[in-house]
Design a protein around this ligand. Structure first.
Ligand code: CP
Ligand code: NVA
Length: 301
């Protein structure tokens, strides 16, 4: 069975570090593997995207492959035919499948029946490529530390769940500040807490979460597929806005991250997003490098 990345915990801690090493080498152009030479990659999108679509297509080209962009209008995954049959058919044409969709179970079903690697480009539950790339940005911007203090503020969503996944594998002091009924998935919290090397805390107090933090992270309050809840989420999550006053409580050298797209003026202010501590565009760039490393890793293990 080929290796897939349906979520970060498909990798071991050692493998996560191997992917970071590969990413750093590829970014510095010390290595330029052509692991997709002569192969095509199906990139399936049932939700919109800027970063994921373009960075995957560019990354696939740089690995020597050819990207095929497919929307749900064409394949209608699980409706026109079963996810299992789509996996079996696609595996006869392409060397890897990248998918962005709603249900995590569809990604897992693809991985179960495909004979080529599957890469999750975001579901309602997780966004593994994002958080692996984000951790690269942390490693690049901050001095080496065994355990970074990461403060996540806002909605408990696919991004929060993925931070928890990473904290279940590598040591992290993760503070999550959300409204009481916007907490991340409890299963992800429990799994992360089982890593005795990580410290996982949830609070309703944003100031407590950012105290001395190395990284301040936020994301939109209403994710794709939840835009009908935007008003309600805004009401609940307003106190968790990342602004310059909140930033004063963090370490003075802290960096600010946002997976983007941002709703400026809501979860993050312009002055923070465009300020000296913001690393959001380096973070966006790292999607390209980490995804090349992930695809290369999956194709060669
Ligand atoms: N961060 C991210 O995944 O961006 P897109 O939704 O534009 O792909
Ligand atoms: N939580 C956001 C992330 C976008 C990259 C969403 O799912 O819409």
């Amino acid at each position: 069975m080929p290796r897939s990345l349906t979520q970060i915990i498909d990798l071991t801690a050692a493998e996560v570090n191997e992917v970071f090493d590969l990413c750093a080498k590829m970014k510095r152009k010390e290595i330029a593997p052509k692991s997709l030479e002569g192969k095509s990659v199906a990139c399936i999108f049932t939700k919109p995207s800027l970063r994921t679509r373009i960075s995957f297509e560019v990354g696939i080209t740089e690995l020597g492959g050819h990207a095929i962009y497919v929307t749900d209008n064409e394949i209608q995954l699980g409706k026109r035919e079963s996810v299992a049959d789509a996996a079996r058919v696609l595996s006869r044409y392409v060397g890897l499948i990248m998918i962005r969709t709603y249900k995590q179970s569809d990604v897992e079903e693809l991985a179960k029946y495909a004979t080529v690697p599957i890469v999750n480009g975001l579901t309602d539950l997780v966004h593994p490529c994002q958080i692996l790339g984000d951790y690269m940005t942390v490693l690049e911007h901050l001095p080496p530390r065994r355990k970074y203090k990461i403060a996540y503020l806002g909605d408990g969503n696919n991004i929060t769940n993925s931070w928890l996944n990473l904290a279940s594998l590598i040591p992290m002091d993760l503070r999550i500040a959300t409204a009481a009924d916007c907490q991340p998935d409890p299963e992800f919290m429990d799994r992360a807490k089982r890593n005795s090397e990580s410290t996982i805390n949830w609070t309703e107090d944003p100031k407590e979460a950012v105290k001395g933090a190395d990284v301040i992270y936020t994301d939109v309050w209403a994710s794709m597929g939840q835009k009908h809840l935007a008003e309600e989420k805004e009401r609940k999550l307003k106190p968790f806005q990342v602004n310059s006053s909140l930033l004063k409580g963090a370490d003075p050298k802290a960096i600010v991250l946002h997976c983007l797209p941002a709703e400026r003026g809501k979860e993050i202010t312009d002055e923070v997003m465009d300020g000296p501590q913001s690393a959001v565009f380096d973070q966006a760039e790292n999607r390209l490098h980490i995804q090349k490393a992930i695809m290369h890793f999956l194709l060669t293990h």
